[in-house]
Structure formats: C-alpha cells, structure tokens
Write a protein that binds this ligand. Sequence first.
Ligand code: 13P
Ligand code: SF4
Length: 346
Amino acid sequence: MENPKDTINTIRETMGESLSILGHHYQSDDVIALTDVRGDSLELARKIQSLKAKHIVFCGVFFMAESAAVLCRPDQKIHIPDLSATCPMADMAEANRVRLVLEILQKNGRKITPLTYVNSSAAVKAVVGEYGGSVCTSANAQTMLAWAMKQGDGVLFLPDKHLANNSANALGIPEDQRLLLPTDVIDGDPNLHVTPAMTEDKQFIIWPGYCPIHEEFSLDTIKTIRAAEPNAHIVVHPECAPALVEAADGNGSTTYLIKYAETAPKGATIYIGTEENLVNRLADQYKGEKTIKPLIASQCDDMAKITVPKLAHTLVNLETATPVTVSDAVKEPAKLALERMLEVCS
Ligand code: 13P
Ligand code: SF4
C-alpha cells in the first residue's frame, strides 16, 4: 500500500488549483507540511471565498469547517478528515439554550446584542445573526466587543468567559457592569436560573464556557518562571484566565503568538501559553537563535484527531464523500453574523 503522504501529494499534484488544504496552527507538523494555507480562525475564514478550489479540505475542528461551509461559494465543497473533531468549548453553547437566554434577557425591553466567539456551532451563529449580533475571533474580540456595545443596551458574549473578561478588561468595562451567567445555561438543567432582573443593571453578560486546554494553565507557573528567569518573555492566548493574561507580557491569537516569536530579539527565551503543537513547531523553527518553550505541555485532543492517514482517506474519496453542509435556515442568519464581523474588521 502507498504511503499516505505520497497518496496526498499525488492527489494534490493531479487536482492542482481545484483542491485547497487548509490547516489551523494547532495541527501537527505532519499535517501542516501537507497544507496549502495555514492560519488562525480569522485568517482561514477570510480566505474561503477567494480560493479558486472547488474542494476545500479543512484540517482543524468542526466549527471551523462549518464556518467555511457557511461562507463558501455555491460551487465549493468543504470536507473535514474527521467529523468527530469538535471543540469542547463550542459544545458548551447549544443554540436553543442561547435563544432562550436571549429571550429572557430581553423580556424587560432591553436590547441585548449577542456576540459569539467563532468557536461555536453554525446554529449558535444563526441565533446570534437573527438577534442582530455578530461573531468574533481571538484576533478581533476587542474590536467586535466595542462594536457590539454600541448596538443596544448590553452585550451577551458567548461561549468563552475568559475571552469575554479579557476583552472587557482591555476596553475598560467596569467589573460591576458584568454578570457571569450560572453554569446551568451550559448543562441543560431545565430550571434555567436566569432572570431579566439579574441583568437589568448589567451591560456585559457572560456565558460561562471555557477551553479545557487553556484552563490548565496556572498563574503559579508564571510566578515560578518570573522568579527563576526574570528576563524570559511570557505570552499567552486570550482563552487563558484574566489573571494569566495580566501577568503575561502579551496576549493574542495564534498568529499574534507566532509574530511575537518571530520579532523577539535573538537570544530571547519565550514561554508561550497555548496548544503545544504550535509552540513546539516554533521551538524547532527558532532553535539555536531563540529558546521557545510551552508554558505547560497541553495538547488539544480534538485538533489531534486530524492525521495524515485520515487526510489521505478524505482525498481519495473526495468525489463521493458527503461534504460538510449547513441547512439554508441556519446558513443565511449565520452568514449574516459572520459577514458583519468581516465587514467591521475589513
Ligand atoms: P485562533 O483563532 O487564535 O487561532 O484560536 C483558535 C482556537 O481554537 C484557540 O484555542
Ligand atoms: Fe477548542 Fe480549546 Fe481545542 Fe481551541 S484548543 S479547538 S478552544 S478545545
């Protein structure tokens, strides 16, 4: 049997521009080496419509492929090598639950604008689109939050509580203007403990979701590094808790973290608080020039579900495979929410 890498390269050569393989920065080196386009969530979403390819294979997690399926042209088909590669944070917000919470929050006549992190299902983006809201990524969360705050009487940010608070801190939204919703909005408890009264004096309402990978990082690790290596740089992804973001030298999207490593001076030691595939790749890239280390070793198991053999299998079966699709009822409002973001951040 042919080596899966050779199979992939043969198919890439034969299909030429009619195939594009996209990869998120958290993919393994083996997969990244076989991609045509790499990027953070915002960059990859922006790329879709300008690609000539009719077949787009998305090496990342399902919400990314689904966003691509919402944004793609009618002649493009989106594929993902493993449909079970989901994002646990995205799974913490279910569309009907989001709608229910929005209805409760607006009962007293207040206009609450929903702003969903791109790490959410197309169905959630559709609800957000219907209610006049939009989407943000880690690269534009502050810009989009500033936009959302101007749309009505308050904002419901979902699903990531840390990105919500980090963005609110950056914009100076006072703590007493924020409300963290109870976790029963996530777990489906039929007795939803949300009332309009709870939020009527709040401008910023926060869904209690989080990324289990970035939740692993602790402030103690930063304190230990600061004590032992006072000259080391520490940068983190904004899915980390606010205490870590405040203690770090910088925070931002995966592309920000890559640029930080690139522009740091020769001889620098940089600790990066995010998924380890990206950090280890940067460590190899700058070996001998700069020392790059993970804040702690942490792998996103869902990102890791995409492997070279699965990519080969997807490419071999491209013509007969069922692409990632989104129903028209969901697609139109979800597209509206995504396009509002692309327009605000153009
Ligand atoms: P970026 O948009 O920064 O690449 O982040 C995506 C993600 O899932 C981080 O956990
Ligand atoms: Fe989701 Fe976290 Fe994995 Fe990113 S790292 S895809 S937020 S679980």
